[in-house]
Design a protein around this ligand. Structure first.
Ligand code: ZN
Ligand code: ZN
Length: 334
């Protein structure tokens, strides 16, 4: 199938408007389903935890960064430019490595062509509401300048507070069962937190002030993930404040932060799978959130914690769901 031109309009309605899409209707996590389906729930969790996945990459990075570059607790007790700069630099490098390499592979050199690409359109250049009139530069600017700054500030604030006894620290070896469970629960907490701050961000005054910047992007790519207004960055990274209440090891906190900061590069990549030599190697994009970028008033959360199903804002990718969400939008007056 030839790749459609840059500005080609996409007809509304049917699932066929996508260049490629997963089987419809898309599922949500069976972990919270009723009646319980333990086999389906175990399979769903295995997709994140027993395969090469963004979750496993973030977990490996959390251990590696802690091992190789974490300042000592003694150093962290005093706010000093040296270690603050170390954390800023490692965050900058991590985001450039993850979002940059996905962008180059999928969009710049098109290494897998259009295989599992959701939206046929290219990134906007010389047009649209974007900073610098260029979507990729706009997305990189907001991710690297605002995103990395807010992310680093919150990370620095947490480690300074924990080093001074203001946040409960519990070593992995001190409570191995709790530590393992907490790793499993962190992405669920992050998903729960994201649903609620995201609904708040769609409150019209806040949408106009802040969240509209992220929604400039209808076609999305790896750099879109963390392309947010500073107010949205603050709300988004506030998920980490739970570690002021729940006893955690520094590696839990790094995993949580990398889940927040790096996962959007995968989930916004615009492709469902990473494909090499004709074979799907790992899950990338998130059709659930891709639908949010096209239809706005649906899928505020993630497929991990199905609040959208509970509150009637779930779009499962079918044209029936599109009509239902458009009715809902009309009722909300948006
Ligand atoms: Zn998004
Ligand atoms: Zn939104």
């Amino acid at each position: 199938m030839p790749s459609p031109a840059d500005d080609q309009p996409i007809p509304a309605g049917a699932a066929g408007e996508w260049y490629w899409h997963p089987d419809l209707p898309i599922p949500v996590s069976p972990v919270f389903g009723w009646p319980p389906r333990p086999v389906a729930a175990a399979k769903w969790l295995a997709g994140s935890w027993l395969a090469i996945s963004s979750t496993m990459i973030e977990l490996a990075l959390a251990f590696a960064i802690w091992w190789l570059t974490q300042p000592t607790w003694d150093a962290l007790q005093t706010l000093a430019p040296g270690w603050i700069l170390t954390i800023w630099l490692r965050n900058l490098v991590l985001l450039i490595l993850v979002a940059g390499s996905l962008h180059v592979w999928l969009w710049q050199i098109s290494a897998q062509g259009d295989q599992t690409k959701f939206d046929p359109r290219a990134m906007a250049r010389h047009r649209g509401p974007f900073t610098f009139k260029n979507q990729v530069l706009d997305n990189m600017f907001w991710s690297l300048v605002s995103g990395v700054t807010v992310w680093t500030s919150i990370e620095v604030g947490y480690f300074w507070a924990a080093a001074n006894g203001f946040a409960p620290v519990l070593g992995l070896a001190d409570a191995p069962f709790w530590s393992a469970l907490w790793f499993l629960l962190i992405p669920l907490w992050a998903s729960f937190h994201f649903y609620w701050i995201h609904r708040f961000l769609h409150w019209p005054p806040l949408y106009r002030l802040a969240h509209g910047l992220h929604h400039r992007n209808i076609t999305i790519g790896p750099w879109t993930g963390l392309s947010m207004h500073p107010i949205e960055h603050l709300l988004y990274f506030s998920s980490v404040l739970i570690h002021f209440v729940v006893p955690s090891d520094p590696v839990h906190v790094l995993f949580h932060i990398y889940n927040l900061a790096l996962n959007p590069a995968f989930s916004h990549s615009g492709f469902e799978k990473l494909v090499t030599k004709g074979r799907a190697r790992m899950a990338l994009g998130d059709f659930f959130h891709q639908l949010h970028h096209r239809y706005f008033e649906c899928n505020y959360g993630t497929a991990e914690v199905p609040w959208d199903v509970v509150f009637g804002s779930f779009h499962n990718g079918t044209s029936a769901a599109t009509h239902r969400i458009r009715d809902r939008k009309r009722r909300l007056g948006r």
